[in-house]
Design a protein around this ligand. Structure first.
Ligand SMILES: C[S@@+](CC[C@H](N)C(=O)[O-])C[C@H]1O[C@@H](n2cnc3c(N)ncnc32)[C@H](O)[C@@H]1O
Length: 264
């Protein structure tokens, strides 16, 4: 199946903040339900141990919930204390204020818009993208890999979509109902999210569309292998694989990369 770059609501600058928050906060509840951080954590822990990194810059963070859950999982199951800076092209002001006021100093939300294709030098640490890589135009996605190699930054890319029939059918026929089921688990749950989910149910439809578009835009394992090969260097190594929970019949692609010291 060819990759189709369909537009997603969450990428539109015109999207009202209430609907944007409805989408990104649902994604956090969905990741919690699926248990995504538990299968990302071993891959992230191995990379962080090998590089000695204790700081992570999360790109395309949305609500920041999935990165926060991964941080907890890294500490709980792998004994790794990691500081994460969340960033997004459209940071939600209420998420930024809430997260930055929380006592947990290991998680902060950078208040200014950050384009994943142009990470400023002040944001140091391993770079991470959770369900964000497929949002980038092909040229920008390629630049993300090239820039990681150039700046010798570790890179972690995780997805929970794939370009296959089962994922597409899930987006069309399961996601709208999952939105109705999981919305009560969203924290904090805003009145606008309830309004746009149950009274005027546009969020279940918008999220199902974004899920479908995400499937069509996801770089498959084979695509990621090809991209990694194009950026292969003797002093920067890549690993591509697929992971997912045992109870689901699908696995999702990931890519990690890190700089290595060459023996002189
Ligand atoms: C599907 S959401 C993923 C959010 C979160 N990482 C998660 O898994 O729940 C994608 C996010 O990418 C952001 N985004 C889209 N294009 C971006 C870009 N070029 N640079 C940074 N963020 C971007 C959107 O604003 C949105 O919040």
């Amino acid at each position: 199946m060819a990759r189709l770059d369909w537009p997603e609501f969450s990428d539109q600058a015109w999207l009202p903040s209430g609907l944007r928050r409805g989408i990104t906060s649902y994604l956090d509840a969905m990741h919690d339900f699926v248990g995504s951080p538990r299968f990302w954590a071993p891959v992230a822990a191995t990379l962080l141990r090998r590089t000695g990194e204790t700081k992570v810059v999360d790109l395309c963070s949305g609500s920041g919930g999935p990165a926060r859950r991964l941080r907890h999982e890294l500490l709980r199951s792998h004994g790794l204390e990691v500081g994460i800076t969340l960033t997004d092209l459209f940071p939600d002001a209420s998420d930024v204020a809430r997260i930055n006021a929380a006592p947990d100093k290991g998680l902060r939300y950078f208040p200014r818009p950050i384009d994943a294709g142009h990470v400023p030098g002040e944001l140091t640490g391993a770079r991470m993208m959770i369900c964000g890589f497929h949002h980038l135009p092909m040229k920008v996605a390629d630049h993300v890999l090239a820039d990681a190699v150039k700046t010798r930054r570790a890179l972690m890319i995780f997805e929970v979509t794939d370009r296959d029939l089962l994922s597409i059918l899930t987006a069309l026929f399961i996601t709208p109902f999952l939105v109705l089921l999981l919305t009560p688990r969203i924290r904090p749950l805003h009145a606008s999210t309830l309004l746009w989910t149950y009274l005027i149910p546009v969020l279940p439809l918008m999220i199902a569309w974004d899920h479908l578009a995400s499937c069509m835009r996801t770089h498959t394992k084979r695509n990621l292998e090809r991209m990694a090969k194009a950026h292969a260097r003797s002093d920067y190594v890549w690993e591509v694989g697929k992971i997912g929970p045992r109870w689901l019949p699908v696995r999702w692609p990931y890519l990690v990369g890190r700089a290595v010291e060459l023996a002189s």
